[in-house]
Structures are given as C-alpha cells and as structure tokens.
Design a protein. Sequence first.
Length: 244
Amino acid sequence: MSRLTLVELSDLPRKPHGCPPEVERSWDRLKATHKSVHGLFTTLNELRAAQDDMRGAISETHRDQARAAIVFTAAGIDACLRTLLRDSLPTLLSTAGDAHGAFVAHFMANRLNGDMTRATKQAVVDIDPRTALIDLYVQDLTGSSIQGGADLIRCRNALGLKQEPALEDAILKGHQPFFNARHEVVHELDLIDPAGRGSRGRRHRDLAAVGDQCNGALQLLHAFIAPTARAVRQVHRTLGWDKL
C-alpha cells in the first residue's frame, strides 16, 4: 500500500435537475474549475510519488502546485458567482420575493441615497435601464473578485437564498481562511513579510489543508447553484414561461 497521502477533490454533486438556461453557464464554469484543480492535484500527487522517499520533505515545487490550485479555485468562484448573478437575476427579479427585496434595498442604501454617481445616472438613462442596473448591481456585489465571507453573504442574499441551510452566515464566513490564502498567494507571492522586514521566506502551506479548502470552496459553489436553479424554475412556472 502506498505511503503517500493523496491530495484529492470530492466528485461534484449531480447537475441540478432540469437545470434552466440561466444557470447552465455557471454550472459549466464550476465543472471546468473542478477539472482544472483536479488536474493540478493529480500532477502534485505524481510529483510526490516520484520522490525516492515519499515521506520526505515537501519541496517548493509541490507547494507551488498547491498555490496554483488556490488561485484556480478562487478564479472559479469569481467566474461562477458573477455568471450566476448576471444570468439568473433578470429572471429572479421578475417577481416579488427575497431577491427583489435585496435588489431594492441595495439601491436605496447605496445608489439612490443622496447624489447619484455618474455610473448610476448612466444606468438609469440607458436604452435598457433594467439590464444596466442589474449589471451595476453585480459589479457592486462582486467587485474585482470575491474577497471572503461578507461578499459570499451579499451574493447569497442577492439570489434570494438567505434561508438555505447550506449557506448560513457561519458556513460562509468559515471559508475566510481560503480567501486569505488566495490573497497571500496572489498579492504577496506567499512571502511571510513582503515588505522585507524580518524573514522573507515563503509560507509552508500544508498540502492536505489546501486540498480541503479548495474542495470545500468548490462544493460551496454547488450549494449556490442548485437552489438558484430551483428558484429560477419556480419563476418560470409562476409566470407561465414553461408553457411558451
């Protein structure tokens, strides 16, 4: 029996039943991310298995594979959630509900309170103001990237998923260490002190912990996608779109 502890991802749950078009692109991005990260971990396991002593020291080459997995997973989170919001919100906002309430509350508190920004004014007078406002909303929710639990909570609320047990505040905030790791890898090159004070060595990331973090983050994306698919299908039924 091999003495090597493999770094692996769990299989993704099944694609949501009757997955509507508004969720298809996000699901495809999740599958692509899972495949890419799985490939990185496969390479990592092969590199470690090729060592003379598989219990020997973990090299920087091995840790760089783990760092790459963190970056790929984080990029997948950004792409999946941004796509899920952009594609599903036009449908979810077609009826009254939690998603519409979050949309109104956001604009009242952040965009229509006091002097309006140029971007808000341009969206209001756009030839398709509804689409322009949703695009602005998604930008406000996701920024340049998802930074942690607070951003995940805002995305959850925007999709009307506040009552989902798998997306409770504590669960979403529990993924903060993963986002902290992404920040350290991307913005600090994983140096212990990028400013040069004290040690400039790189962080010694535990491979198993990285595997668990990436796996948890990808499973979390499914926890966003599946209930969104159900909510979108419900809007289709409510508005009779399934009969068209």
